[in-house]
Design a binder for this molecule. Structure first.
Ligand code: AMP
Length: 311
């Protein structure tokens, strides 16, 4: 089964206590598609500028990712600069240049229309909604966003949230979006905006899934019973950028690889999300995510399992 993803394909400049990288290939859709590519077929919708060369294209090609929906436009690609010097668990944005994304009109290749899954990775919610509306055949829609869009584009974001089945955002974004700071009440507020399930990512502390009344029932999951998955305790986090998108890629990639989305599959997907996020943060940019094997992924999944096994 195939996943189509729309989101930023970008160049990032990132500073962390471990060092600094300048203009490395990044972006929400890039991290998502690399992570998901270990589980299923991935198709990308985005726009890039003249600075996106054959070298960057090769990163997608090496993982078999379909980039027919990545448009080339005159100008520069999306650029983001962030720092983790003050807080390794949350980026401080120093610069966001939308560049070619500012005037992007997504065109969806006909070959993408039979995708069963759609992931609306972080980008302008107007674009996310446009792509969702243009792909009526998908059976499950996931979504992500960030403070940039929650603070300044709230009305558009609310329209996007109304068409998402599973929303994956972090703690701070959940609190920004909701009226309450209590995690359970905040989750309830966010679920009332449209998503059937909400996965709240806690960075180095894992992730919690909350379910609305129209979501799962069974295997210990329902609207009164959230599910928590751990993150792997790591001795060194080199660059946290993309951990959330890689979590989403592992999570949706695993779901897409299974015949049916059952509560048990949802739980395992939370663990695969954590596995992919844990690899990403071990190196700067997408370096670690480019060269994994399925065996390494399964080995780490087994570590996650042991980490939480009680008896
Ligand atoms: P995360 O998984 O949350 O760490 O996502 C990091 C990626 O999001 C970076 O590679 C950035 O290029 C990208 N990004 C940062 N700000 C934005 C934004 N406003 N819209 C879309 N993508 C963004």
């Amino acid at each position: 089964m195939a996943i189509t993803v729309v989101g930023s394909v970008a160049f990032d400049t990132v500073e962390t206590p471990a060092g600094r990288v300048d203009r490395c290939l990044a972006g929400a859709a890039t991290y998502f598609s690399l992570a998901a590519s270990y589980f299923t077929d991935v198709r990308v919708i985005a726009v890039v500028g003249e600075d996106f060369t054959a070298k960057e294209e090769a990163v997608f090609a090496a993982r078999g990712i379909d980039t027919r929906g990545v448009e080339r436009a005159p100008g520069k690609s999306f650029f983001w600069q962030g720092s983790y010097l003050e807080n390794l668990n949350e980026a401080k944005t120093l610069q966001t240049d939308l560049n070619v994304f500012a005037s992007f009109e997504p065109k969806i290749p006909a070959a993408y229309q039979d995708s069963e899954f759609l992931f609306l990775a972080n980008i302008d919610p107007v674009l996310q909604k446009r792509v969702r509306d243009a792909m009526p055949g998908v059976k499950l829609v996931g979504g992500d966003t960030m403070n940039y869009w929650i603070n300044d584009h709230r009305d558009n974001l609310l329209k996007m949230l109304a068409c998402v089945d599973i929303l994956l955002i972090n703690d701070t974004e959940t609190k920004l979006l909701a009226g309450s700071r209590n995690p359970v009440k905040a989750a309830r507020d966010v679920l009332s905006l449209g998503p059937k399930s909400l996965v709240v990512k806690h960075g180095e502390y894992g992730a919690t899934a909350f379910f609305g009344p129209n979501s799962f029932h069974g295997n210990g999951l329902d609207s009164h019973h959230p599910f928590r998955a751990p993150a792997l305790p790591l001795a060194e986090v080199v660059d946290p950028t993309g951990a959330g998108d890689s979590f989403a890629g592992g999570f949706f990639g695993y779901i897409a690889s299974q015949p049916e989305l059952t509560p048990a599959v949802f739980k395992r997907a939370m663990f695969y999300g954590g596995v992919m996020g844990s690899f990403t943060v071990e190196r700067f940019g997408t370096e670690r995510l480019r060269q994994l094997t399925r065996e390494e992924i399964e080995e780490r999944f087994a570590i996650f399992r042991e980490l939480t096994h009680l008896d």
